[in-house]
Design a protein around this ligand. Structure first.
Ligand code: GLN
Length: 283
């Protein structure tokens, strides 16, 4: 078969399976199977390819047609312009999470002095590792409970060869005192926030992701309560907590975080959904 035949096969298979971006997905899967980039695929469209490339390509198109996320098939995904390893067992980094990272980075850069940052429920480590990479003055502790996610976290951390990150396996419901950690200046988290009863109705792709990275309890707020009660009281006096949240959760989370000694605000994403809740100590 020629490269152009494979492209046509991939596109039509994914169209039949009703996938959103058949052309884009086929191209990514063909790049991976052939080891060629997009330009070289077009330039060599009429060339016959190895049977092994064809088999690998078709097998992966089949996985995609069945609903497996493209990111799991490609085994890595871009976040903040950096490449993170992903796969079954860990949440795929989402573009909206970059807002949380950008807020944290601008705060840490203003501070100049060494800043202790926690990334709670770190998953791939996309939040904490990006912050550590972009801010030399950050000292980032990444906490993750799941052994499967921890494997990706460790591999990603090793890939970036950072000296300002520390990985900790643990359950954030045990609270700050269960871990031997310095007092944080900044606490970041994109915790599981889907209400349990909504999990079953999620898009097929999302059901491939680990349930424990999605399920936020009966109204999706369990992790925010734990962070508020068991972590944020131990932040330094000028500390900042920033969490990502789901659609229509920001108001409830803001109420949860508000007290007489802090300032709570929200930041919206590109779809005008309040996506990040910020809590800054001191008035
Ligand atoms: N912090 C990781 C991310 O944002 C994982 C989050 C999670 O498992 N809920 O991708």
């Amino acid at each position: 078969m020629k490269l152009s035949d494979l492209m046509a096969y991939g596109k039509s298979s994914l169209e039949k399976a009703d996938k959103e971006s058949p052309l884009f997905d086929s191209m990514c899967i063909l790049e991976q199977a052939s080891g060629l980039n997009k330009t070289n695929i077009y330039l060599n469209a009429d060339k016959d390819i190895d049977k092994s490339v064809e088999c690998c390509f078709k097998a992966n198109i089949h996985r995609r047609a069945k609903g497996e996320p493209l990111q799991y098939i490609l085994e890595s995904w871009d976040f903040m312009g950096m490449n993170f390893l992903v796969g079954p067992g860990v949440l795929i980094p989402r573009p909206e999470t970059e807002i949380l990272v950008e807020l944290a980075v601008s705060k840490i850069r203003q501070r100049k002095e060494e800043t202790v940052v926690f990334d709670l429920c770190a998953g791939t480590g996309c939040i904490g590792i990006s912050v550590a990479k972009l801010c030399a003055n950050a000292n980032v502790y990444l906490v993750e409970k799941s052994p499967e996610a921890l494997e990706y976290l460790t591999k990603n951390n090793n890939c970036f060869q950072l000296e300002n990150t520390t990985i900790i396996q643990g359950d954030i419901f045990e609270g700050f005192h269960a871990f031997k950690l310095p007092q944080p200046d900044i606490v970041l988290s994109n915790p599981p926030y889907i209400p349990t009863e909504e999990i079953e109705s999620l898009q097929t792709e999302v059901t491939f992701e680990p349930r424990e990275a999605l399920d936020g309890g009966c109204n999706g707020l369990d992790f925010y309560r734990a962070i508020n009660e068991l972590w944020s009281p131990y932040m330094n006096t000028q500390g900042m907590l920033a969490v990502e949240c789901g659609e229509s959760q920001a108001t409830k989370i803001s109420e949860l975080f508000s007290n007489v000694n802090n300032r709570v605000s929200t930041v919206s994403d590109y779809n005008k959904i309040k996506r990040v809740v910020l809590m800054e100590n001191g008035r």
